[in-house]
Write a protein that binds this ligand. Structure first.
Ligand code: PEP
Ligand code: MG
Length: 580
């Protein structure tokens, strides 16, 4: 038995037999000289292969569009564009004519050059583009070499899929009923695989170093998508333990979902909202099924992280409108673009930054690219008549940023008015508190904000100077550090004094131990991945806010995260939802 760990990207426990899906990189590509007289027929052979590839990709695109909507089908639009890229085609043709080598070899060489260039860039977005290039090339080579390509749609038995990395088309095509869990060597939270696994509710652990080396086809595997663990060939007692946890989870989930529609009132009658964080509009079904009181964070930048292009105003409008309509009047907070940092978009960021997390990110990027920002604001405003839309600005660090963002919002409103579009004039506008400077001047920011949402993922990162994506220093990403708790307390108090609501949309809100402390500090709203909602709702329903307030006072008097965590684990029983 061995245990591997990785990034938990989609929760749930799955137990099954491993199916190793290895890219057939070792298939040799023929390499031979051709006669000058054969160059034209060689090129024709290539054009025929391109035609077939185009037909297949178009089919995949249409399928993705009908199953999951335009956000995902855009991946295949980008693949089609690649097939039609005149520069690429001219380059291939001139290499063919100059080198007089067979076309398979020319295509393969060009792929290797492109991958080599892109692999030097340490950026998850670029790595996804590498996957796109491999995907398209493989398809063309398969046609040139008359190879039948195995696709994951051929899967019949239930399996745990283990691969180095999955191409977007592999995931779209795969038989989702057969895939009980996903384990990949590569990938992280923002990769296509992670987004799609969550959208399909398939437990997944990504970034598992050595998964394909340590797992053999047919091995028994346990995947714990909540904790990021993969157990290979588990012994009897581990298997029994996970089976028990899984059936408990299933039972608990059923019981929790049965109470899904009930709003949260604590034992002493305080109303608390528990909302969902989403990345793509297609997640809304899951959001509703888990009983969310609204969408507390729509990470709109994910609309931009699809390959190929920046979505137009119309496309954005349609995405916001569809979420608002599906939420049927429940509030939907659309966070304006949080690009940059670990979500870089090369089309926008251009030159690489030395310290992207401290650099041209989120509201900073939007304020200097007001064309982009105004387009998004108009799209949100136009969609605002379809439901209860709210706007939220990310990463405010100085009050002037809020002033400038509000001024641009007024300009977007004026533009909508001039164009005759209906929109909600009094659309609430709030900000994320995710930089310590903002927490410390929350009283000033509260005067111009309709609400606050505390983004602890970044707040912890910037308070403890710890890159949230770097596993070497992950031990410092401490939600219970007294400094973090004090900043949260200061933010909630400033919000209360100004009479505005204060929520939290960072991961900390879904931690049962933290949730009771946050309740005690006076938090009004919790927002998290849909799958965590039922459990947190149940916990809050069983809590008394007076008791939670004394718990918060106790932990705020403590001196370290370790001491606080130890104490909370002694005092709280997350299963029972009450203090011991
Ligand atoms: C956060 O920083 O806590 C947050 C919710 O935003 P994101 O995780 O998208 O940076
Ligand atoms: Mg953030």
């Amino acid at each position: 038995m061995i245990e591997l760990t990785g990034v938990p990207v989609s929760p749930g426990i799955a137990i099954g037999k491993a199916f190793l899906f290895l890219e057939d990189e070792d298939v040799s590509i023929p390499n031979y000289y051709i006669r000058t007289a054969d160059v034209d027929s060689e090129w024709d052979r290539f054009r025929t292969a391109i035609g077939k590839a185009r037909g297949e990709i178009t089919e995949l695109r249409d399928r993705a569009r009908s199953e999951m909507g335009p956000t995902h089908s855009a991946i295949f639009d980008a693949h089609l564009l690649m097939l039609e890229d005149p520069e690429l085609m001219e380059g291939l043709e001139s290499s063919l004519r100059e080198s007089l080598r067979n076309i398979e070899w020319i295509v393969f060489q060009r792929e290797q050059e492109l991958i080599e260039q892109l692999s030097r860039v340490q950026d998850p977005y670029i790595q996804d583009r590498v996957a796109d290039i491999r995907d398209v090339t493989k398809r063309i080579l398969n046609h040139l070499m008359f190879r039948e390509r195995f696709t994951l749609s051929d899967l019949e038995d239930e399996i745990v899929l283990v691969a180095h990395n999955l191409l977007p088309s592999d995931i779209i095509a795969m038989n989702k009923r057969a895939v009980k869990a996903l384990v990949l060597d590569g990938g992280g939270k923002t990769s296509h695989a992670a987004i799609l696994a969550r959208a399909f509710e398939i437990p997944a652990v990504l970034g598992v170093a050595g998964a394909t080396r340590n797992v053999r086809n047919g091995d028994g595997v346990i995947v714990d998508g909540r904790k990021g663990r993969v157990v290979v060939e588990p012994d009897e007692s581990t298997l029994i333990r996970y089976e028990q946890v899984r059936s408990r989870d299933v039972e608990r989930e059923k019981a929790l979902l049965a109470t899904e529609v009930l709003p949260v009132r604590t034992k002493d009658g305080r109303s608390i909202l528990v909302k969902a964080n989403i990345e793509i509009p297609e997640e809304v079904d899951t959001v509703r099924r888990h009983g969310a009181d609204g969408v507390g964070l729509f990470r709109s930048e994910f609309l931009f992280l699809q390959p190929g292009r920046i979505p137009s105003e119309e496309e954005q409008y349609r995405a916001y409108r569809s979420v608002l309509k599906s939420m049927e009047g429940r509030p939907v907070t659309i966070r304006t673009l949080d690009l940059g940092g670990d979500k870089a978009l090369p089309e926008l960021s251009g030159r690489e930054e030395k310290n992207p997390l401290l650099g041209w990110r989120a509201i900073r990027l939007c304020l200097s690219r007001d064309d982009l920002f105004l387009t998004q604001l108009r799209a949100i405003l136009k969609a605002s008549v379809e439901g209860d839309a709210r706007i939220m600005f990310p990463m405010i660090s100085v009050p002037e940023e809020l002033d400038q963002a509000l001024a641009l919002l007024e300009r977007a409103k004026a533009e909508c008015r001039a164009a005759g579009y209906a929109f909600r004039e009094d659309i609430p506008v709030g900000i994320m508190i995710e930089v310590p400077s903002a927490a410390l001047v929350a009283d000033i920011l509260a005067k111009k904000s309709a609400f606050f949402s505390i983004g602890t993922n970044d707040l912890i990162q910037y308070t403890l100077a710890v890159d949230r994506g770097n596993e070497k220093v992950a031990y410092l990403h401490q939600p219970f550090h007294p400094a973090v708790l004090r900043l949260i307390k200061a933010t909630i108090e400033a919000g209360r004094a100004a009479g505005i609501s204060v929520g939290m949309c960072g991961e900390m809100a879904s931690d049962p131990y933290a949730a009771l402390v946050l309740l005690g500090l006076g938090l009004d709203e919790f927002s998290m991945s849909s799958v965590s909602i039922p459990e947190i709702k149940r916990l809050l329903r069983g809590a008394d806010s007076g008791e939670a307030a004394s718990l918060a006072r106790e932990v705020l008097a403590m001196e370290s995260a370790a001491e606080i965590e130890r104490y909370l684990r002694e005092r709280i029983d997350p299963e029972a939802g009450v203090f011991r």
